[in-house]
Design a protein around this ligand. Structure first.
Ligand SMILES: Cc1cc2nc3c(=O)[nH]c(=O)nc-3n(C[C@H](O)[C@H](O)[C@H](O)COP(=O)(O)OP(=O)(O)OC[C@H]3O[C@@H](n4cnc5c(N)ncnc54)[C@H](O)[C@@H]3O)c2cc1C
Length: 295
């Protein structure tokens, strides 16, 4: 097996163009497990760990450009203000060791339906963009177009993820995950939720309950319609139990889960409705507090 160790981003892109089947390795928390279990015997490994810019993030107040290899531990420490949903999701990943190595770039590269960053990225809005670079140039892939199937994403063989562009939160965000224990657990199912008062939209992300991470479009539209139609964005009034209930049902209806070792399809649907109701209630209560304190 060839081991490619570029020192610069340009060298990495050139290596990927020359060896399109080379498997990139960042934190290695997915790659090494799969190699140890013989899931992968790639012809070459492309080690990205010398490319320091992948571990940097920057922000302009409107969006964060999150380097592909920024580890979860730093997302929690440094980005819980601008990216609260993603930071909450990062809290639930693995253990401290995994959070010190694992990255959102790696989560996207693996594209597992159970990856915890995906529901948070989907909920953060349709303007989330994955920066895919190659020697041919830069492609900005909207997050809604990124996930193609179970562990399949829309990267071309010569492309690498440089960063993810994520809008700074303009309202409360939440993330909820169900596992068979409290830590070191792959999600039975997960749900990300965000309120976007600036443009009057609502974001959702369903994890581990369909072949790909996906949003609950009908639930988003229903809730945004209620909030706008009843003037709730301005008044910060109560949602009412029917709205919360209906939202949960629509989220449940958006999933297409399977029975597997971690849980049954029925349980996943039920749990999603519960998580949807809870995260909506938490976020709406926070939003109402913000409205009242601004008045
Ligand atoms: C014990 C344990 C617990 C875990 N718990 C969780 C959990 O709770 N939640 C969760 O979501 N995940 C979990 N994982 C999985 C893993 O930690 C995450 O998916 C993590 O985000 C992977 O990041 P990484 O940097 O280690 O990726 P790597 O293992 O380096 O790479 C993962 C994939 O992404 C590709 N890749 C990496 N970087 C790039 C790039 N820049 N461009 C293109 N492709 C790239 C690789 O080729 C590979 O296919 C766990 C893993 C372990 C071993």
């Amino acid at each position: 097996m060839e081991f490619l160790r570029p020192a610069t981003w340009d060298e990495a892109l050139a290596a990927k163009a020359e060896h399109p089947t080379a498997l990139p390795i960042s934190g290695g928390t997915d790659v090494m497990v799969e190699m140890n279990f013989d899931v992968h015997r790639p012809s070459a490994i492309l080690d990205l760990n010398r490319i320091t810019e992948l571990t940097e993030w920057s922000g302009d107040g409107a969006a964060v450009r999150l380097g592909a290899a920024v580890p979860y531990a730093r997302i929690i420490e440094e980005l819980s203000g601008p990216l609260p949903g993603l930071a909450l999701a990062a809290h639930t990943v693995g253990s401290p060791q995994i959070r010190n190595r694992g990255s959102v770039g790696g989560n996207l590269g693996a594209a597992s339906p159970a990856g915890d960053s995906h529901p948070a990225l989907l909920a953060a809005g349709r303007d989330v963009l994955v920066e895919a670079h190659s020697v041919r140039g830069v492609r900005l892939i909207p997050i809604d177009d990124f996930y193609l199937g179970v562990k399949r994403n829309s990267l071309e063989p010569d492309e690498l993820i440089r960063a993810v562009r994520i809008p700074v939160a303009d309202g409360p965000q939440q993330f909820s995950k169900i596992g068979t224990r409290n830590a070191m657990v792959i999600a039975v199912c997960a749900f990300g939720f965000a309120l976007h008062p600036k443009d009057g939209t609502v974001g959702t992300g369903i994890g581990s309950a369909a072949p790909t991470p996906r949003r609950a479009v009908a639930a988003e539209e229903y809730l945004a319609g209620e909030l706008a139609g009843r003037g709730l964005w301005e008044s910060g009034g109560l949602l009412g139990p029917e709205v919360v209930q209906r939202f949960g049902e629509l989220v449940k209806g958006a999933a297409s889960p399977i029975d597997d070792v971690r849980g049954t399809a029925d349980y996943r649907r039920h749990a999603l409705a519960v998580m949807a109701r809870r995260t909506l209630t938490w976020c709406w209560n926070d939003y109402r507090k913000q409205i009242r304190s601004a008045a």
